[in-house]
Ligand binder design. Structure first.
Ligand SMILES: *Cc1c(COP(=O)(O)O)cnc(C)c1O
Length: 428
């Protein structure tokens, strides 16, 4: 029997093979928009989806495909599709499932941009989201109605301090017969593999830890291949004849790859949210060191969070990796390799002290990003969340006295020293 490679091996090799034309060892950047057909019959077979191959880079590109296969492998999924951003991945994940009048049940604890996308923009498609506290499993189940088509949450949630009980949420999704979509951006497949816990689809912003170097925006969708799209009659895009493909039924034809083929043949073709090969290349380079970086991110986050919690200038720290966290037991059970590297803390002195802290830090960068090798900080109340009311800010974990940090992989002592000197100035 062939050996099953471990995560460290797969993050380097999955999806990549020496270039058949040149033997190039690293995945080449196939900087091309189109691919020559062998002959007219070949072209016809490709357009009929009777043969798999490259037609046009809005649909597929070899560099981008290598990344899609690598992410799918690391997540333990049947197929993966890359797209232009994490937000694009979310729309692409919902697209085959939804229709006018349909809704999703979404966790209240989501990345701010996702809250906006789900509460405002998707309404323009006639879709809607009901936000529920996913710690209340009875409320989650009760929110499902005949028009619900998916359940959506993050594994380790942004802005941090909260971890979802994925096996428990997946059990509810299973009971009501709906796909569970998990945004695994903050955890990455190194810390969490949602498909093993019952998720149907996994979405990523590859902009963050998967690329890991703050160079490109990108996204990905991984399908477990395990959901029966035909059983309920609720997913006609996947189970019924597709008029744009001569009545082809995706689920019947492609089985566990139905969602993946639909995402390429219909989603990328008609929505055009495509990842470019140069972007895929940067992410392929970054992902080779994912496990090494995540181990260091987690080790540093634990040290920094513990130091902050013990500091009298800090009111409290919300990090699920701290023994004092209300989610410590769940974090250890569901995320045994660590609770990520993203958390918030409250500074004594409130809004003004937070502003001073951010301005006094030298090693930390003040940016609206996360998951970089560098340590990052943002004062959400004066930036990303400044349009919200104080009550909304508090509910979003972005109260005026709080800052969010994304702990990098520098020396932990240097990160702590920088926070120490800036806290001194902020609270003087
Ligand atoms: C950044 C982020 C997104 C959005 O991804 P983009 O690549 O910025 O579009 C979605 N979910 C989470 C958890 C994120 O951190």
């Amino acid at each position: 029997m062939a050996r099953t490679y471990g995560f460290d091996t797969l993050q380097i090799h999955a999806g990549a093979r020496p270039d058949p034309a040149t033997g190039a060892r690293q995945v080449p950047i196939y900087q091309t928009t189109a691919y020559v057909f062998r002959d007219a019959d070949h072209a016809a077979a490709l357009f009929n989806l009777q043969e798999v191959g490259y037609i046009y880079s809005r649909l597929t590109n070899p560099t981008v495909a290598a990344l899609g296969e690598r992410i799918a492998t690391l997540e333990g999924g049947a197929g993966g599709v890359c797209c232009s951003s994490g937000h694009a991945a979310q729309i692409m994940a919902l697209f085959p499932l939804m229709g006018p009048g349909r809704n999703i049940i979404a966790s209240t604890r989501l990345y701010g941009g996702t809250v906006t996308q789900f509460s405002q923009s998707i309404k323009r498609f006639g879709w809607s989201a009901k936000f529920v506290d996913f710690d209340d499993l009875a409320a989650l189940e009760a929110a499902v109605d005949d028009d619900t088509r998916a359940i959506f949450c993050e594994s380790i949630a942004n802005p941090g301090g909260y971890v979802t009980d994925l096996p428990a949420v997946a059990a509810v999704a299973d009971k009501v017969g709906l796909p569970l979509i998990v945004d695994n951006t903050s955890a990455t497949p190194f810390l969490c593999r949602p498909i093993e816990m019952g998720a149907t689809l996994v979405v990523h912003s590859t902009t963050k830890y998967l690329t890991g170097n703050g160079t490109v925006t990108g996204g990905a969708i991984v399908d477990s291949g395990k959901f029966d799209w035909s059983a309920s009659g609720k997913f006609p895009s996947l189970s019924e004849p597709e008029p744009a493909y001569h009545g082809l039924k995706f689920h019947e034809t492609f089985g566990p790859l139905a969602f993946t083929f639909h995402s390429i043949a219909i989603g990328l073709r008609d929505l055009g949210m495509t990842m470019n090969p140069q972007g895929a290349h940067y992410t392929l380079l970054g992902i080779e060191t994912l496990s090494l970086r995540m181990e260091r991110h987690v080790a540093n986050a634990k040290k920094v969070a513990a130091w902050l919690e013990a500091d009298p200038r800090v009111d409290f720290v919300t990090y699920a990796g701290l023994p004092s966290s209300p989610y410590a037991e769940r974090a250890a059970r569901v995320y045994p390799k660590g609770a990520g590297a993203l958390f918030t803390f409250a500074v004594k002195g409130g809004y003004e002290a937070c502003i001073k802290l951010v301005d006094s830090l030298e090693l930390f960068s003040h940016v609206a990003n996360l998951g970089d090798t560098r340590s990052l900080i943002i004062h959400s109340a004066s930036t990303t969340h400044r349009q919200l009311s104080p009550e909304q800010q508090k509910a979003a974990g972005a109260a005026p006295n709080m800052v969010r940090v994304s702990i990098g992989i520098e020396d932990a002592d240097d990160i702590i020293a920088d926070l120490d000197q800036a806290l001194a100035k902020a609270t003087a």
